[in-house]
Design a protein around this ligand. Structure first.
Ligand SMILES: [Zn+2]
Length: 235
């Protein structure tokens, strides 16, 4: 009991940052709690201490709440599928964006996953289509081109109505590797390949920008009028 109390106290502090961060994990009082904590801790960004906090929270909820919670996860898993055309998620074979006749067919923004698609959608400034790769090339994580929706992107880019492919990929080494590979694959398709501008972020102070960001900002400088967004048409 004393050991468990110590363990619980250690959970009061953030993952590994509190004064008890050197506390050694002890055995939990129930195998069932232990199993639930293991499952929750398997989620990205969730450590053991947070997992225990969430498990105890669920334990304190009534059975109906917990049933709705697990049912929502199970229904999502069984009912959500990737769009056959672009890889976006939805409940139909073809997603809402691909079915939307008001969207422009000539531009396709290539994104890593749904989160990036939603980020661009939230701007309300892109009316084209998307292609969700399902990841980026990362040899360290064992992700190669064959694991991503690249062949289907190349075949979409080859269609006559497509004139521009926009790389909206992460500005990481993996994102750059993926863009480099895609660019080579897309050259034969006869489409213009563009990438999101990279530079000093809105609201950033120059003195805090890193060297590479400043170099790219200088290289990709814009006419002032277009940088204000007033004279340039939305894509
Ligand atoms: Zn789609």
């Amino acid at each position: 009991m004393f050991a468990f109390l110590l363990f619980f106290l250690s959970c009061a502090f953030d993952e590994g940052r509190g004064p008890l961060s050197k506390f050694v994990f002890v055995e939990l009082p129930s195998r069932l709690i232990d199993r639930a904590v293991d499952q929750i801790a398997g989620l990205p960004g969730v450590g053991k201490r947070t997992a225990l906090r969430l498990a105890l929270h669920l334990l304190a909820r009534n059975e109906e709440d917990v049933r709705r919670f697990t049912e929502a996860i199970q229904d999502m898993k069984s009912g959500v599928k990737a769009c056959r055309n672009c890889g976006n998620l939805g409940e139909e074979e073809i997603c809402n964006i691909c079915q939307d006749l008001r969207r422009e067919d000539n531009r396709i923004a290539v994104v890593e996953d749904l989160r990036d698609l939603l980020a661009i959608e939230s701007t309300g400034h892109f009316k084209g289509r998307y292609h969700v790769l399902g990841g980026v090339i990362s040899p360290m994580d064992g992700v190669g081109p064959a694991d991503l929706r690249i062949d289907s992107l190349v075949s979409r880019a080859s269609e006559e109505k497509c004139t521009e492919i926009i790389f909206a990929l992460p500005t990481t080494m993996e994102g750059d590797t993926t863009a480099f590979y895609l660019d080579k694959r897309l050259r034969a398709c006869g489409v213009e390949v563009t990438t999101l501008a990279r530079g000093v972020a809105v609201g950033d102070e120059l003195q805090y920008a890193d060297e590479l960001t400043l170099i790219r900002s200088l290289q990709q400088r814009l006419p002032y009028a277009s940088s204000t967004g007033e004279s340039s048409p939305a894509p």
